[in-house]
Every structure is written in structure tokens, then in C-alpha cells.
Write a protein that binds this ligand. Structure first.
Ligand code: GLC
Ligand code: GLC
Length: 644
């Protein structure tokens, strides 16, 4: 039982006894229930003999922060707590978007709520809307403030209006908390640049290269082409500052407990705007230690759990998403392992699954996908995934080499093949992607491009090739059918629901042209959307397909993530097949063909569905007859089968 379950138990008993919600007493109870954990985590990071006073300050701050939480949100917290793992519901379907690329600003976004409703989306991830430096700012991931609204998006009032509408409609909002770094224009950084030692101590600042050089021996480079190295010289103070991402993103120094406390306050100001899910950006990097890669360190986990345990006391209805794009066995730890089990993040990006789906598309085989999934550690019961195909970032091939070798492929060459396939190095490939951060030293590279372009639509349209156009549409539908049926929250990337192609306009912008991730950050095409019901186009086919899949998902509680997913072994290497199960009833069998030709699935590979007298495909609405014990799948066909 994790702490969240414990709180659920406490509140259910308390409400039985009192019949009404005394929010203040419930806060006291939560504090009591979490205090020992908070203390232990705190003193793990900040030794007790030096930091007792700051610990006491933290505890007093929790009470102050609770007082600042708006009443409607306090009540919502209780509702969510009673409900338990609300984020595992089949009813949640998400979309990620840039507010300005979507529809101008926050007001423009609010105007488009009917569009989300029409598609079936009820959970929004807005890319950073906080103030940022002019010029390069990593798409807003260099923050000048954690809770103000950048004027290009509107005002705090506009945000409050949006969150109110979302709440009234039972929709959810996710915003980023860029927890690892601030911009070089953040007030603390500015004061540090003016020479204030206190604020220099909020970052990793060094008078010479000695420690930076020692760090560089083991720190990897995130943006080797545009921001090589992990430290940036600041001439005004004659010091080096740690900047793991871009040179204008300064890493926060969490070995300083004041930084933790101030960041907790910043987090609460953000959460109090009415945010339901906080995306903890780049959280794997939170703790740095010499002679390590300074990623996924145990102290980083303790720190996240400390944030979690504090937030749970103040705002128990708010949950965390881990943006940990790291190896599979490391990702899983962000749900909390060992002493923090179940007490870190409720949600994590299923980055491995995403990358493996792209592998299966390129190879037309599901063997590497299966190999990895079979070996993935189990996530805790209360955790869930964000399942996605594309997001604003690049696609990193973060699965492990030894599984590639195990299935008889050469890992290095296989990775090269994937880059060749997606980044236009082989003429036969339908994909039109771009290379991101190719590192000639290591041969590593990542992939950018919109889902539709990576799946062949851009090239097929240019060549006016109807067969390829159809295949691209089928692939788009199939991959969405997977994220909508796999255990977790599906997160659609805005534009993908109408097959938006690559946007090359970034090449004309001096602040963007070095960062090819902008190719997959297009503007929402409202002219096309206006015609979705009027004319038959690839846009309207894709939109209506996805809309229908969403509707089916929401009608079937079996799609809630209760850890009810079973992978089926299959003798055909092109097919991916899994079941969403439920106790005492028939489930839903998801079957996909990753190949461009017809494939046969043996009846005996279909479990009870193969033996059933009648099966029906929810996707096409058709009854299926097995022919001589074989199930025939068209190229890139997706089926959601039920016994009829
Ligand atoms: C995350 C964001 C990415 C950003 C990085 C640094 O990975 O998704 O866009 O560049 O953090 O903040
Ligand atoms: C973060 C992510 C990584 C991504 C990078 C920039 O480091 O973990 O996958 O490539 O940000 O996009």
C-alpha cells in the first residue's frame, strides 16, 4: 500500500465518521501520516546535524502553503482522493499542444474546447506558457518564472478562466514544472550574475575549470551539436556555471536545501493555478555527482519522493508525470522503487514503447518490441503510462543493445539502419524525417519529424501514390489504435489527428534552424479542420478514425489501467497481439499487422478468441470468420476483437 492508498483509506474512514469534509483536520492527518517519510527523505539529502532548523522551516511552510490553496481546489483534492487512482481511467484521452501554434493564445485555446470535445479529448498538456528569454529559449523550457504567464499567451486571468472551464467540464490540465534548470534570466540567475553569492549557491558555479573538467569526464552531452559541454563561462563574474542542456539553461543546485524549499513554493504557485498533472521535466538530471553520469541517481529519486510526499500533504489531488527518457529499467524506478515504492510519480512516459513502435514500423517486424516488452520490469499497481507516438521532442532509440543482439541483429548497425530509414538516407524508405543531434564521435543520433511524415504520408502525397497514401493512413490509424488500447493514458500530439506533415518553416528562423525538433511543432490547420465534415480527404479519414477509436475506448471500462494487459506470443513476426482482460468476462484482443502485405494469424495464437464461435472487430464493426483456422490481416490492419 503506497501513501496515496493510505490517504484514501484514512479519508474514507474519516468521512464515514464525520459525514462532512473538515479540510483543515484532513490536512493535519495527511501531515501526520507523511511526516516521518518526509523527515527521512530530507535527512537523506541534507544531513541532520546541520539541517534540523531548515527541516522545521519546511514543516511550517507546508502549513502556510496549504492555507494558500484555493478552496475549490481543496475540495477537488478530497474528491480525487476518495476516487483513488483517477488517472487510470479509460475515460481520459489527452492531447499535447503549443498554445500559440494551436490557436493564438489561452483565450483562443479556450474557444476551441468544442473541438476537443468533438474528438473526445479531455486532458490537455500545454507546452510551457511561462515567460522565457527572447531569442533562443528551448521552446519555453528556459523559464524566467515558474508561475507567471508569458504575455504572448495572455494573462493569469486567462489561465484561471481556462482552468475553470476545464474543471466544470471534468477535463484535466497538465503543465510543465521545469524542475532541473532555470533560464539565465531567472531572478536568481540575474542576482548570481550581479555577484550575489547566495544565488550563485542556487546553481553549480565554479571559479575555475577544475571541478567542471572533473565532471566532464563522465557527464554525457545532451545537445552535442549546439551546446557541447556541460558548463558555460560567465564573464561578468568570471565563473563557470553548470548548463547540462543549453548554455542559457542553468542547472539548479539541489544540494542546497534552500533551493528545494523555494522550488516547492514555486511548484505550489503553479499547482494552485488549477493544474491537475505536473510534468516534471528532465527529472532524471536532478542530482549531480562527480564520477557519475549524474542521471537517475538515488538522490534524485529521494528528492522527487520528497516533492511528492510534500505535495501529497498540501494538494493530494495533483499527480506527477515523470519525463524520464532513459533506459527502460531506469524509467520504471520513477514510479518509486525500494523505500520510495509507489511514492514518486504516478505517471511516466512510456518512452521505450514509443521507440519500439517506430522500430517495428521500420523493420515491419515486432520481434524487438516483444523481446523488450517481455523483459520490462512490472510497474507498480498505482502507476500508469503516458502512451504516445509523437511529442514535441525527438525520438531517441533508448532501448537496450543486448536485446537487439539477442535476436540476432547487430546493435550498432541496427541503430544505423533506423536512422537511415527515418532520416532519408535510403531511397526506398517511405519516411521523411530529419536527423537530430547526430554525434559522429559515437554514431548516435535521434530522429525528428511528424508522425504522418515519418509514416510515409508526405512522400506518398508528393509522388501521388494512392497505395502508399492508403498505407500511411492505415499506419497512422494503427499506431493510434495501439496507444488508445494499451494500458495507460493515450496522449495524441496536436495535428496528428488530421495527419499534419512536417513543417519546414523553422529553417527560416535563426533562433530555430539549428534545432530540427521544430519540424514536428506545426501550427494547427483550422482551414482543414473546417472542412472535415464537408469533404473526404486524408485529413477527414484520419480524424474520423481516431475519433471513433476514442469513442470505443471510452465506452469500454476494460481500457482503464488496472494492470490488465497480457501479451500474446505469436508465431508470425509481423503481428503484435495483446489482450485487455477483465475478471470473469471476456476481454478485448488487440491485433495489428506491421507488414505491408497480408499476414495470417493462426487461430491457436488467439487464445479464447480463436475458439469463439463468433468474433467481432470493434474497429470495423464487422463479424470475423476464420478461414481454415487462420485470421487474415490486411496490411497495417488494426483490430480490437471481442467474442460476440
Ligand atoms: C525536456 C523537454 C525538452 C527540453 C528539455 C530541457 O526533455 O521535453 O523539450 O529540451 O527537457 O528542458
Ligand atoms: C531530454 C530528454 C531527451 C531529449 C532531450 C531534448 O533530455 O530526456 O530524450 O532528447 O531532452 O530533446
Amino acid at each position: 500500500m503506497n501513501q496515496a492508498k493510505l490517504h484514501q483509506f484514512i479519508i474514507s474512514n474519516y468521512l464515514d465518521l464525520k459525514g462532512n469534509a473538515d479540510v483543515d483536520s484532513l490536512f493535519e492527518m495527511r501531515l501526520t501520516a507523511n511526516l516521518t517519510l518526509i523527515k527521512d527523505l530530507y535527512f537523506t539529502l541534507y544531513p541532520e546535524d546541520i539541517h534540523t532548523a531548515s527541516f522545521k522551516k519546511l514543516v511550517r511552510t507546508l502549513a502556510d502553503l496549504f492555507q494558500e490553496r484555493p478552496s475549490p481546489l481543496k475540495l477537488q483534492d478530497l474528491k480525487r482522493q476518495e476516487q483513488g487512482s483517477w488517472y487510470q481511467s479509460e475515460k481520459i484521452v489527452g492531447m499535447q499542444l503549443y498554445v500559440d501554434h494551436f490557436n493564438k493564445d489561452l483565450k483562443g485555446l479556450t474557444d476551441k474546447i468544442p473541438y476537443f470535445e468533438k474528438l473526445g479529448v479531455n486532458f490537455l498538456h500545454l507546452m510551457p506558457i511561462t515567460p522565457r528569454p527572447k531569442g533562443e529559449n528551448d521552446g519555453g523550457y528556459a523559464v524566467n518564472s515558474y508561475h507567471d504567464v508569458d504575455s504572448r499567451y495572455g494573462t493569469k486571468k486567462d489561465l484561471a478562466a481556462l482552468t475553470k472551464v476545464l474543471r466544470d467540464k471534468d477535463m484535466y490540465l497538465m503543465l510543465d514544472f521545469v524542475i532541473n534548470h532555470t533560464s539565465n534570466e531567472f531572478p536568481w540567475a540575474k542576482k548570481a550574475l550581479q555577484g550575489a553569492e547566495k544565488y550563485q549557491g542556487y546553481y553549480y558555479t565554479y571559479p575555475d575549470r577544475q571541478i567542471p573538467d572533473a565532471y566532464e569526464k563522465t557527464l554525457p552531452e545532451i545537445f552535442p551539436m549546439t551546446a557541447p559541454g556541460n558548463f558555460t563561462y560567465q564573464p561578468t563574474i568570471d565563473k563557470w556555471v553548470m548548463t547540462v542542456f543549453n548554455n542559457y539553461q542553468w542547472d539548479l543546485n539541489y544540494t542546497n536545501p534552500e533551493v528545494f524549499l523555494e522550488m516547492l513554493k514555486n511548484l505550489m504557485k503553479l499547482v494552485n493555478l488549477g493544474v491537475d498533472i505536473i510534468r516534471l521535466d528532465a527529472l532524471a538530471f536532478l542530482w549531480k555527482k562527480l564520477d557519475t553520469q549524474s542521471q537517475n541517481l538515488p538522490e534524485a529519486h529521494a528528492l522527487i519522493s520528497l516533492f511528492r510526499m510534500c505535495l501529497q500533504v498540501i494538494a493530494p489531488g495533483v499527480v506527477f508525470l515523470a519525463e524520464a527518457i532513459v533506459s527502460p529499467k531506469e524509467i520504471i524506478k520513477y514510479f518509486g522503487a525500494d523505500q520510495t515504492e509507489g511514492n514518486e510519480c504516478e505517471i511516466a512516459y512510456n518512452a521505450t514503447f514509443m521507440a519500439l513502435l517506430w522500430d517495428a514500423i521500420a523493420t515491419k517486424k515486432t520481434v524487438l518490441l516483444y523481446k523488450n516488452l517481455h523483459n520490462l520490469p512490472k510497474k507498480p499497481r498505482e502507476g500508469t503510462w503516458i502512451n504516445y507516438i509523437r511529442c514535441h521532442d525527438d525520438i531517441g532509440l533508448g532501448f537496450e543493445d543486448h536485446y537487439i543482439n539477442d535476436i540476432g541483429w547487430d546493435a550498432r548497425l541496427h541503430r544505423k539502419f533506423l536512422l537511415d530509414y527515418y532520416c532519408q538516407s535510403v531511397s526506398w524508405s517511405p519516411a521523411k524525417g530529419l536527423m537530430f543531434m547526430y554525434n559522429p564521435k559515437t554514431g548516435d543520433g535521434r530522429i525528428t519529424g511528424s508522425a504522418a511524415s515519418l509514416l510515409g504520408l508526405e512522400k506518398a502525397l508528393a509522388e501521388n501514390n494512392p497505395v502508399q497514401i492508403q498505407q500511411a493512413i492505415d499506419k497512422i490509424k494503427m499506431l493510434h489504435g495501439i496507444i488508445l488500447s494499451y494500458a495507460g493514458i493515450p496522449l495524441i500530439y496536436a495535428g496528428d489527428e488530421i495527419g499534419t506533415l512536417n513543417d519546414y518553416s523553422f529553417l527560416e528562423d535563426k533562433d530555430k534552424k539549428e534545432d530540427s525538433r521544430w519540424v514536428n511543432r506545426p501550427n494547427q490547420d483550422w482551414d482543414t479542420i473546417a472542412n472535415l465534415e464537408k469533404e473526404q480527404s486524408y485529413h477527414s479519414i484520419i480524424f474520423h478514425d481516431i475519433q471513433k477509436l476514442i469513442a470505443i475506448r471510452k465506452q469500454n471500462p476494460i481500457f482503464a489501467d488496472t494492470n490488465n494487459i497480457v501479451l500474446y506470443q505469436c508465431s508470425n513476426p509481423h503481428i503484435f497481439i495483446y489482450e485487455r482482460t477483465t475478471i470473469g468476462q471476456d476481454g478485448i484482443l488487440i491485433v495489428c499487422n506491421f507488414d505491408e502485405s497480408v499476414q495470417l494469424l493462426e487461430q491457436i495464437n488467439m487464445g479464447p478468441y480463436g475458439k469463439s464461435a463468433q468474433i467481432k472487430d470493434l474497429v470495423s464493426g464487422e463479424r470475423i470468420n476464420l478461414v481454415s483456422g487462420k485470421f487474415v490481416l490486411a496490411p497495417y490492419q488494426l483490430c480490437w476483437l471481442v467474442c460476440d
